[in-house]
Design a binder for this molecule. Structure first.
Ligand code: COI
Length: 357
């Protein structure tokens, strides 16, 4: 696919690296965006990198009414020597196609789309921050833009990618966060869209997230939508525990998002020769393990949050405090290794790093 590039004539004032480290996650955007159109019969076409700005959409666009909209999240890092890399973007492209399939959207060409995203990152390379803990967050998304009010898959789509320099996702940074177990609302059910990265899953989580914040928590932990018994995931992240020296995470069951950081953590832990299991974990069993002193650490994983230790997990009257409110040994080791690989400061034994330039 040909890619037209139209550079802005009015570049924004780029924040300094120090300012970028302090800005609120996802609130500042670069100078350009990538757009690719889709029409039934024509396929993906008209790829272009253009100045960042508002999209023009017909008010009858199906995404605005029925939520046919999916997205991805990945990060670009500046490495020493000035190069720029992305972390496992092939995984995001593959997951995007799984989301497309679930939401009746046309598949993207993974390689061509990744090339176009890499080109966008290169065009806005000055925006990739280099202070430790910072990166350029890459947000690809696809929306249905056919003007049609019938409930039916759209015949036309827009793929877009925007870029946002970011520091830590949580205001706490790497300090442990407080989370409560949601036992009223549910995020997803088996057979639903939980495994797809579609906008509706996040809309469904907002009410609960708002209540959690009001109560002084950063996020909620979702239980399964049927029995409300098994641990699924946290807000925009997957969850892991260290129980008796074994690293444990809920198995993928169709309602949990298959996170790229989740997958990387599992692969790393196995490569270290540590016991690692993906299985059903009930909240009762976790509380039991905690009370009997067998649960050592709890942590969240995600592209935005990387590794985020959980200091406190509240389930009704049970308050589980992990590792004296400090980051645990396994969480720290995972954080150091993953961020080390992401920034090319550590050896990339698995071939996870994709060179933009
Ligand atoms: C990410 O981690 O990239 C996500 O998409 C989660 C989102 C809630 C920021």
């Amino acid at each position: 696919m040909e890619l037209r590039i139209e550079k802005t004539t009015q570049p924004k004032k780029r924040p300094t690296d120090q300012e970028m480290a302090g800005i609120r996650f996802g609130s500042t955007f670069t100078d350009h965006m990538l757009l690719i159109g889709y029409k039934k019969g024509l396929g993906w076409h008209n790829g272009r990198i253009v100045p960042y700005g508002p999209l023009s959409l017909d008010p009858a666009s199906t995404c605005l009414h029925y939520g046919q909209l999916i997205f991805e999240g990945m990060k670009a890092y500046k490495i020493s020597g000035g190069g720029i890399v992305l972390f496992r973007p092939d995984q995001n492209m593959a997951r995007m196609n799984k989301s497309c399939e679930r939401m009746c959207m046309p598949p993207i060409n993974e390689d061509e789309t990744l090339d176009a995203i890499a080109k966008l990152v290169e065009v806005d390379e000055a925006w990739v921050p280099s202070v430790p803990g910072t990166s350029l967050y890459v947000r690809p998304f696809i929306l249905a833009d056919e003007a049609f009010l019938g409930v039916h898959p759209s015949n036309s789509y827009l793929f877009a990618t925007i870029l946002s320099p970011v520091g830590a996702y949580f205001k706490e940074g790497l300090a442990p966060v407080r989370i409560y177990v949601e036992d009223n609302y549910v995020r997803a059910v088996r057979g639903g869209t939980g495994y797809a990265k579609c906008a509706g899953n996040y809309a469904a989580s907002l009410k609960s997230q708002e209540e959690a914040e009001k109560a002084g928590y950063s996020q909620v932990l979702w239980l399964d939508g049927v029995e409300r018994k098994y641990i699924e995931e946290v807000g925009g992240m997957n969850i892991f525990f260290v129980i008796d020296g074994e690293v444990v995470t809920p198995e993928l069951n169709g309602s949990i998002l298959p996170g790229v950081t989740r997958k990387s953590v599992i692969e790393l832990v196995k490569s270290w020769g540590m016991p690692m299991s993906e299985r059903k974990i009930s909240i009762e069993d976790l509380a039991e393990a905690y009370k009997s002193g067998h649960a050592q650490e709890a942590l969240c994983t995600g592209t935005a949050a990387v590794i985020s230790p959980i200091g406190e997990l509240k389930w009704g009257d049970t308050v589980m405090r992990f590792n004296d409110g400090k980051i645990g040994e396994v969480s720290q080791k995972l954080y150091d290794e993953i961020t080390g690989i992401q920034t090319c400061a550590r050896e990339d034994k698995f071939g996870w790093v994709y060179r933009v330039k």
